[in-house]
Design a protein. Structure first.
Length: 485
């Protein structure tokens, strides 16, 4: 059961081979056993989870039968969930119990999914290794000396170690795709505006997007069907007709034009990653696709542009954490200003403080034109590059991450090295496009490699189909770490 796909789990539940309570118990027991090693979950509440599972069983007994009814699901701790502690990986929110459900959480609840717990993450989703979490680092189930990637590292480790069959994540610069690559599962960042951000704690609002994390493209399609949709409470949510994201899963690949950006295949990529990605492209050619070279001439500027825009937005979003309205408040202070500064100094970790400082600087009078405005112009050029590329291809492919999972501590002291982990993913967020990572092989040390797929705006269904066809022909997505047995 712990290795079953969501479709198989749904079938078992529908056939009454297992109840939602039994299924939730199976995963809760695995969490009890393995979480002390992995630190994937920040909050687990057996009673709450079992209450949700009983509710799902009752709904089924009353005749309901949806594809997610009774399916256990882990939420990244960035999503507010009513009555659950919601920390965003920060001391600032270590005692915050959300009074309401994020739209994503509410949608899953309506579909009957059963929350297994809240997953560890980099503090305020700032990081690529899960080492910035106030609750300590998450370990990669493939090698517990290594990072799972970030910022959705807890969701990633939970999936890879079979502590959950599905999870939610968010991706501002790569936080779904990079951990998907480093932990060997399938993750999708939707087009900006497809998934509601309401109740999802804001990092960089023009880039943040929630998305599904699962074992396969088929499972991601099922999850996205529940997650996506217009939400009037999010002003950037797009009003579009509802879609079935599973509708193109079986579409043949014959004639598919895969764009290969030469900027993604230059120096800086690890040899084993390159070999696995090349092999995946060969497999796609065998399945009938053709590859064409495309140009993303400004993509080299995506990391610097992102590290102006994202901190700028973060510095504004995080100003709400002042010790008054939310979260941590210093115990001793002289006056109001002292209370603000002490609460923030104590509540935020180093990486968050670094971003707030950078963000405040680039937005300040005299520097705004030189940094923030320039970065916005570069953002437009990067988006235009993709518009041009999609004139001659249907999907873009390349590596998700330049390396496989690195060692805990290896990059923690060097922010620039850490920031470069997202060199292939960040441009996608700046352009607002959908992107995926799917497992495509292993390096010499047995660590998973991810293939990145980038689609044109709103091409999620087609992209999921392109991934699904590959997953029908290969079994990389079914491989699992020894710890998952
Ligand atoms: N690693 C990037 C950062 O630190 C992206 C994080 C994310 O996507 N949330 O900002």
């Amino acid at each position: 059961m712990i290795h079953a796909s969501l479709k198989e789990l749904a079938a078992a539940l529908a056939a009454r081979k297992i109840s939602a309570v039994e299924l939730a118990t199976l995963f809760l027991d695995r969490i009890d056993k393995l979480n002390p090693t992995l630190n994937a979950f920040v909050t687990v509440d057996r009673d709450k989870t079992l209450a949700l599972a009983r509710d799902a069983d009752a709904r089924r007994a009353a005749g309901e039968n949806g594809p997610l009814l009774g399916i256990p699901l882990a939420h990244k701790d960035i999503f507010c969930a009513e009555g659950w502690r919601t920390t965003c990986g920060s001391k600032m929110l270590a005692n915050f119990v959300a009074p309401y459900d994020a739209t994503v959480v509410a949608r899953f609840k309506a579909a009957g999914a059963v929350t297994l717990g809240k997953c560890n993450m980099d503090e305020f989703a700032m990081g690529s290794s899960n080492e910035t979490s106030f609750f300590g680092p998450v370990k990669n189930p493939w090698d517990t000396q290594r990072v799972p990637g970030g910022s959705s590292g807890g969701s990633a480790a939970a999936l890879a170690a079979r502590l959950a069959p599905a999870a939610t994540g968010t991706d501002t610069g790569g936080s779904i795709r990079q951990p998907a690559a480093l932990c060997g599962f399938t993750g999708l960042k939707p087009t900006y505006g497809v998934v509601s951000r309401w109740g999802m704690i804001a990092f960089a609002s023009s880039l943040d997007q929630g998305g599904p994390m699962a074992r396969s493209a088929e499972d991601c399609a099922l999850l996205l069907n529940a997650m996506a949709g217009y939400d009037e409470r999010d002003s950037t949510s797009l009003e579009r007709p509802a879609e079935d994201y599973a509708r193109a899963l079986d579409q043949p690949l014959a004639g598919l034009r895969i764009g290969l950006p030469k900027e993604f295949f230059g120096a800086g990529m690890n040899d084993d990653v390159r070999a696995a990605v090349e092999a995946a492209l060969a497999a796609y050619r065998q399945l009938g696709a053709v590859t064409v070279e495309v140009d993303l001439p400004n993509s080299g500027l995506s990391v610097p542009a992102y590290y102006v825009i994202a901190p700028a937005e973060a510095s504004s979003n995080l100003s709400r954490f002042d010790g008054v309205r939310y979260g941590h408040r210093a115990a001793d202070y002289a006056d109001l200003n002292d209370m603000y500064s002490k609460s923030r100094a104590e509540g935020f970790g180093d990486e968050v403080k670094r971003r707030i400082l950078v963000g405040t600087y680039v937005l300040s009078h005299g520097y705004y034109d030189a940094y923030y405005l320039q970065a916005q112009k570069i953002r437009r050029l990067i988006a235009d590059d993709f518009v041009n590329a999609f004139k001659i291809c249907d999907v873009i492919m390349g590596p998700t991450s330049p390396s496989t999972a690195f060692r805990l501590g290896e990059k923690a002291a060097d922010p620039v090295q850490m920031y470069l982990s997202d060199i292939y993913t960040i441009a996608v967020n700046l352009a607002g496009l959908p992107g995926m990572s799917i497992p495509c092989g292993f390096d010499r040390q047995g660590l998973p490699v991810g293939l990145q797929l980038i689609g044109n705006g709103f091409d999620e269904a087609r992209m999921l189909g392109i991934a699904h066809r590959y997953q029908e022909a290969t079994d990389w997505h079914l491989r699992r770490p020894a710890l998952a047995d």
